[in-house]
Design a protein around this ligand. Structure first.
Ligand code: ADP
Ligand code: MG
Length: 484
């Protein structure tokens, strides 16, 4: 039996407002526990919430970015349940009239192909506090700083068919919200987390299978691993004659498995009703037009432009446009050196490698886009060869010099292209290597091509790496063949 996987994601994005969604308390991360929750966040009697306009603007910007219908009127509802980190006894959310209606996101897979994933809707809600299980023996600590932090919950249609597609979708959402600047997207700090709904069905069957929902997965890698485990579990269960039950599960990254948390029978009845303390949100066309005018160029547009106008491959265009910081760095390098392919190679190769090794983000790169662009220019105009370029890169990275030119001068890395100078070095190497020359002469003609490597190496060494490698190759071949 062939099985097909069906996945739908509910992504919670913490919006980067400075204050809470219904109060003036700060949203800054990392403060002392319980110093940033006010009476409104705790739902104490007698207080009234006031909607943060910035949260509304951010939700609308997201909606516009995914070509969604924006609701003219949206309404906040109370979702009632008791939980220690929710002292109000209800979460203020949007159930029946969410602010963002149906939209869509284009995802790019590793082979460069694209697919559209439909968004069912996105709604505004407040986050709960945090239960801390680790630092206390036999007790649970409650930190209410997060209570009331604005969240945008983005609910997809069940349009994804593999773990890779789900990860690509999550990455696309991450790109969009960070491009818009409506979230810092920091998954390690919980600024973006998702519930993964997974089911399987026999290939060719139209009806969906019963789904399990894996709660609160907070990394791209965990999403893929949780889905891989869950798909295998469900298929095995069905093939052994069992049935999948609709339930909530948790992913345990240490054991690489999902475990049941609660089944539908024990599920809460939230008794949603419109929040009597908050007015409906009414948006007019002028407001939407104003926000539309402030949208930056979005990842999908950048990707297309990089491909169509700058000639990057689908793969390169996708990797570079995924992060706004990287895209802007690349564009600055490109405008300095004028060669998009070289700029893309250096940014993704040497630069990304060095940043990864030192766990630095591109925004904190020790080498500036301008310095890198200038370095590439010196390769393009043949001032230095590829090997010297790597040395210049390292020197600039280490702060040994302000510009590529300065490093090239200081280290004497200028490429030797003067034929006479190269010929003199070649003659010297040939004179110093009688045994290798004899071996070259005595070997089969088809093997000589390989043997020439030894001589090239010696000449490059003699030039301290500065000779032009193509010239060295050509001249060496002429001179050696003349000895035959
Ligand atoms: P609920 O109201 O119970 O939360 P929804 O219909 O709103 O359920 O769906 C929640 C999420 O689950 C959505 O992202 C949706 O795409 C996804 N989903 C729904 N049915 C399935 C299914 N059979 N398999 C996988 N995902 C599903
Ligand atoms: Mg749900």
């Amino acid at each position: 039996m062939q099985w097909e996987t069906v996945i739908g994601l509910e992504v919670h994005v913490q919006l980067a407002t400075r204050s809470k969604i219904f109060s003036g308390a700060s949203t800054a991360f990392g403060a002392e526990p319980n110093t940033q929750a006010c009476a409104v966040d705790l739902g104490l009697p007698g207080v009234l919430p006031v909607l943060n306009e910035q949260a509304v603007a951010m939700a609308v910007q997201f909606g516009l970015a995914v070509h969604a219908d924006i609701a003219e009127v949206s309404v906040f509802d109370r979702k009632n349940y008791f939980y220690p980190d929710l002292p109000k006894g209800y979460q203020t959310s949007q159930m029946y009239h969410p602010i963002v209606g149906p939209g869509e996101v284009e995802i790019t897979l590793e082979d460069g192909s694209t697919k559209r994933i439909r968004i069912h809707h996105a709604h505004l809600e407040e986050d709960a506090g945090k239960s801390l299980h680790e630092d206390f023996h036999g007790m649970t600590g409650i930190d209410l700083n997060r209570a009331g932090t604005p969240l945008l919950e983005i609910v997809s249609e069940p349009d994804m068919r593999s773990a890779k597609e789900a990860a690509a979708y999550l990455k696309a959402i991450h790109s969009i919200v960070t491009y818009l600047g409506i979230s810092d997207g920091n998954m390690a700090e919980g600024s973006m987390r998702c519930d993964v709904n997974v089911s399987v069905r026999p290939k060719g069957q139209e009806a969906f299978g019963t789904r399990a929902e894996i709660k609160n997965v907070n990394s791209f890698r965990f999403v893929e691993r949780a889905i891989a485990f869950e798909v295998e579990r469900q298929i095995e269960l069905i093939e052994d004659g069992g049935t999948v039950v609709q339930e909530t599960r948790l992913f345990d990254p240490d054991r690489d498995e999902t475990r049941s948390m609660r089944t539908k029978e024990e599920a809460n009845d939230y008794r949603y009703f419109p929040c009597p303390d908050l007015l409906p949100v009414v948006l007019d066309q002028a407001y939407l037009d104003h926000l539309r005018g402030q949208l930056p160029e979005l990842p999908a547009d950048k990707r297309e432009r990089f491909q169509n106008e700058l000639g990057l491959s689908a793969y390169d265009a996708n990797v570079i446009s995924a992060s706004r910081d990287m895209a802007e760095f690349f564009e600055a390098v490109h405008s300095e050196c004028g060669d998009a392919k070289q700029a893309a190679n250096w940014v993704q190769g040497e630069l990304s490698g060095a940043l990864n090794r030192e766990s630095l983000s591109i925004a904190n790169s020790p080498i500036s886009a301008r310095q890198l662009g200038e370095l590439i220019s010196r390769v393009l105009d043949d001032t230095i060869n590829g090997k010297a370029a790597k040395e210049v890169f390292q020197a600039l990275w280490n702060g040994q010099g302000e510009s590529a030119d300065e490093v090239i001068d200081a280290k004497g890395l200028k490429q030797v292209t003067d034929t006479g100078a190269i010929e003199a070095m070649i003659d010297q190497v040939i004179a110093d290597s009688p045994a290798q020359v004899a071996q070259y002469r005595d070997s089969e003609p088809e093997k000589r091509g390989k043997m020439i490597g030894y001589f090239v190496g010696q000449v490059m060494k003699a030039s301290r790496g500065t000779a032009n490698p193509q010239q060295v190759n050509g001249l060496l071949k002429e001179k050696l063949d003349a000895l035959l």
